[in-house]
Design a protein around this ligand. Sequence first.
Ligand code: FES
Ligand code: FES
Length: 403
Amino acid sequence: MNTINLTINGRATSAPCEPRTHLADFIRETHDLTGTHIGCEHGVCGACTVLIDGVPARSCITFAAACEGASVTTVEGLDEDEITAELRVAFSREHALQCGYCTPGMLVSARDVVLRMEAPTEQDIRVAMSGNLCRCTGYVGIVKAVQAVVADRRARGIQPIPDGGRTRLGPAGSGNAAERGAAPAPATTMNGAISASAARPASVAQAENWKPQTTFEQSFTVAHPVDVVWGFFGRVEEVAACLPGASLNGPARDGHVEGQIKVKVGPISAEFHGAADITRDEATRTGVIDGVGKDRRSNSTTRGQIRYAVRQAETPGETRVDLTVGFTLSGMLAQFSRSGLVQDVANRLIAVFVQNLEARLAHQMRGDAGPPPAAGEFDAGSFLSSVFLGQLKRLVGRFFRRN
Ligand code: FES
Ligand code: FES
């Protein structure tokens, strides 16, 4: 149990908290500020949105301990806030709430829209507020209320504040810990450029006590002899060529490679740039790949380890490959690692990889002329309805049941 020091609604406070406690629980249970609602606890519904250093953030996926030195404002802290007062009146007038469960989070996000957007269209507001779900009212009244407050303020000559006063992007509350001597979180400048130190791939070496957030096992059989498959796994460029969406920046050097992988799942598109270190043990025909990557667009990072073992399958002439995959995702995409979606995508990715591997080995065995078959970008959109919507429905379902 650590003691954290931060400011909540303008009052400095200090309280013990477990490293695992998220900010929403900390605010509600330690400080009795129950205006911050908890819906999904997966970063999906936006009910728990608060301001951290003036920027809306989901308190259910923010560790309280990460807010050391930060200034947190909940909906209670916006009682005297001019924009929020105008929004409250507009929400009542436009019938923008029924049960009110989503309303604290809606007000915090709407305030940010009013603060920073000059003349948002209905579509602009819908996009800006798309991280806040309302289960009962619908969005027509909410959008009208926000648009009316913006129009009214602009008519009174109140100009927007560019970027809502933000001076830096990054994990909510980031920067405060650095001032107190802790390692700073990766920072991006406001034009989206990653600072030089953040742009460099992180060291691939796993910290001694690193433990993946999510681990799963997967096996597959390849219709080629074990020597051929083991040899194939030693040629990193060929392995990458079978992995859809993956490309290397250059040849492997001393077991170290750098490159990127693009993954698209319905509306989510990520391109992780990173590096990997590969070690192989000829005697046991096993290998370990340690990797790190960063998707600039979502400011998400991943660290992972793949262990593989290549051995004779039951059917002569075939090879069984056993994989153990462990990874940690942080940033905006972190919510999906907990929903199991990442594992579903990984399973599909591996299935496509095996198809490509088979095609490439068959091409080599036949001695076909011309280049071997190339893997395209991985677009998991084709199974969007069966997997992604299923996951999303379960997340939203949990949100509804809880309330
Ligand atoms: S409770 Fe935090 S986003 Fe739903
Ligand atoms: S008013 Fe939005 S969930 Fe009920």
